[in-house]
Design a protein around this ligand. Structure first.
Ligand SMILES: [Zn+2]
Length: 574
């Protein structure tokens, strides 16, 4: 489709740049490689070809163009990938164009509702009497006018249907409004979820609003201090990371990420120049969030309360990050103060705290030794009890060894004794690397698909050997492979994305030159056997139907044919 937005986007965007904005790519000859973001692996089998403008993973068999990549990594449908990439490419999709309408999905409607709701809340903050009071409060806490705009803060009026009525008047349906998470449906009535609250919109990685966090204000509205959008088609609590859309490039540039707990902490830190900050909003970091963070940096600076003896959710997230190989430092904050307060009091104190961040193990050591007396046997036991499980979880053996050494020095104990104690600790398993990665199973293929693919790869790599495939053999294959093989027999390569990917794979895969023809023959014969088996299965089904009808003559005829095919197989296929 020349001139279509799809072609235009492909022309304007470079696949290396698009994929490189999600994962770290390494140059590998004419191509680029990376650890596959879709399956768990230790050596890269994910390749990007700039010349072909495609990608392929040799581990899980996923592959395609930039649209396919965005669909897979963002977990969206084609229409959404189109919109995301159009935005990146600066290609305007006309809202009334057929392409747009065709791909306008439920997601798209929900995005629109979130965007309109954000505008509504922003307007309320600027204009309504209570909104103005909320704004004055934000300014008093140190959040600047500029930050209010940047983070699109708003005010949800303390009414039952202010937002719902507004959205209905804009043509959205009740169901959609509820599914977008901004309204609640109860006993046939629909009402606003956020009432009398300061609104912090939550953005996805493309800075589109996907949900909201509402902070209680002046005792208006409901009791809970914060309420959030529930999980929706767009918003998933375990995936969204507040502020990452605005912080990601800065995190990559500075090669570290500051983690704070609250959204006000984040806004204040960002305002103070630390734009590489994201907020966990009080929940434990999930494997998904950590994997996303890893695209940008391996270094985390934790700026929230870390009680090492406690079982806080935040601590679990940090332990998980450790087991995933993040390098973690801890910012020591003055007791009982959060980053927002420190920054408001004196920006310099904040900067000093960031600069004075210590490695997580120094932090653990200091806390453990601060909690018990290392001179007494009980105290030593307590210290070991706190530190050994943490040391056990260090994935890097050399690093682990370092800490054992440090511990032995500080306790004045023999290293071997500490190692022995360490050996007694069972790992609780919950932090193991395998558990923490959501596994993404490889794309399932039928035996026929695998055989045809193998044949196609061999044919592309060794086109001079294609001659052994007879014209009659061609009928054995599915139309696509037939098209490819018959073109290759004529010395051509047909143009299409599927063949483009196959050519790339043939280029990359190590295929032995010596037994090409016998391997081709093996594939052809195996496909022939498969065809035969399928034909026989089909006949058996027909026999069953004929038996049910009592058509004995037909049963006899069909049985005859089955015997015939089996005989043929015995003679021609081994
Ligand atoms: Zn893969």
């Amino acid at each position: 489709m020349p001139g279509s937005p799809i072609e235009e986007i492909k022309n304007r965007l470079d696949i290396v740049e698009v994929i490189g904005s999600y994962i770290k790519l390494q140059k590998a000859g004419a191509n680029y490689k990376a650890l596959c973001p879709f399956h768990s692996e230790k050596t890269p089998s994910f390749f990007v070809s700039p010349s072909r403008q495609i990608w392929h993973c040799f581990g899980c068999s996923r592959g395609g163009d930039i649209f396919r990549f965005v669909m897979e990594i963002e977990g969206v449908e084609f229409g959404d990938a189109l919109r995301i990439l159009a935005q990146k490419a600066g290609v305007e999709l006309k809202p009334r164009s057929p392409q747009w309408q065709k791909f306008k999905t439920e997601r798209q409607r929900l995005y629109e509702i979130c965007e309109l709701s954000t505008k509504f809340f922003e307007k309320q903050l600027a204009g309504s009497p209570n909104g103005k009071r909320a704004k004055a409060y934000l300014l008093k806490r140190g959040i600047s006018e500029e930050s209010i705009k940047k983070w699109r803060l708003g005010w949800a009026p303390n009414q039952w249907r202010a937002l719902v009525d507004f959205l209905l008047s804009r043509g959205y349906k009740k169901g959609e409004i509820v599914r977008a998470g901004v309204a609640i449906e109860k006993e046939n009535t629909v009402y606003d979820r956020f009432r009398g609250r300061i609104i912090f919109p939550i953005f996805d990685l493309n800075s589109q609003v996907i949900g909201f966090s509402g902070r209680e204000f002046l005792g208006l509205g409901q009791k809970a201090k914060y309420i959030n959008t529930p999980n929706t088609l767009l918003y998933d609590k375990s995936r969204a990371l507040y502020g990452l859309d605005k912080a990601k490039m800065e995190i990559r540039k500075r090669d570290y990420c500051i983690l704070v707990e609250g959204n006000v902490d984040l806004i204040m830190a960002s305002q103070a120049g630390d734009e590489n900050t994201v907020a966990t909003c009080g929940t434990a970091l999930t494997p998904y969030q950590l994997r996303v963070l890893k695209r940008y940096s391996n270094n985390l600076l934790v700026a929230f309360d870390m009680d090492i003896a406690g079982e806080a959710a935040t601590k679990r997230g940090i332990e998980l990050a450790q087991s995933l190989g993040f390098d973690i430092r801890v910012v020591r904050l003055p007791y009982g103060k959060d980053p927002a307060e420190i920054i408001l009091d004196n920006k310099k104190d904040w900067k000093a705290a960031i600069e004075g961040a210590v490695s997580i193990f120094d932090f653990y050591f200091d806390s453990a030794f601060g909690q018990a007396d290392s001179q007494t046997p009980e105290g030593r036991k307590k210290i070991l009890g706190i530190l050994l499980p943490l040391i056990k979880r260090i994935p890097n053996k050399i690093e682990q060894s370092d800490w054992i050494q440090k511990l032995s020095k500080r306790l004045r104990a023999r290293e071997e004794d500490i190692r022995e104690e360490l050996g007694k600790i069972k790992s609780d398993g919950r932090m193991s690397h395998e558990d923490s990665k959501e596994s993404c199973p490889p794309v399932k293929k039928t035996r026929r698909e695998m055989l045809e693919e193998r044949l196609a790869l061999l044919a592309l790599k060794f086109p001079q050997d294609v001659a052994i495939i007879s014209d009659k053999d061609l009928e054995l294959f599915s139309p696509q492979i037939r098209e490819l093989l018959s073109a290759l027999k004529k010395g051509k390569i047909p143009k299409s994305e599927v063949f483009n990917i196959l050519s790339f794979r043939a280029e990359m895969e190590k295929l032995e030159k010596k037994d090409v023809q016998s391997e081709m023959n093996f594939c052809i014969n195996s496909i022939r056997s498969l065809n035969l088996k399928e034909a026989i299965d089909e006949l058996y089904l027909e026999i069953k139907r004929a038996e049910e009808k009592g058509d004995l003559k037909r049963v006899e005829q069909l049985t005859e044919r089955v015997h015939h095919l089996i005989q043929y197989g015995k003679e021609n296929l081994s």
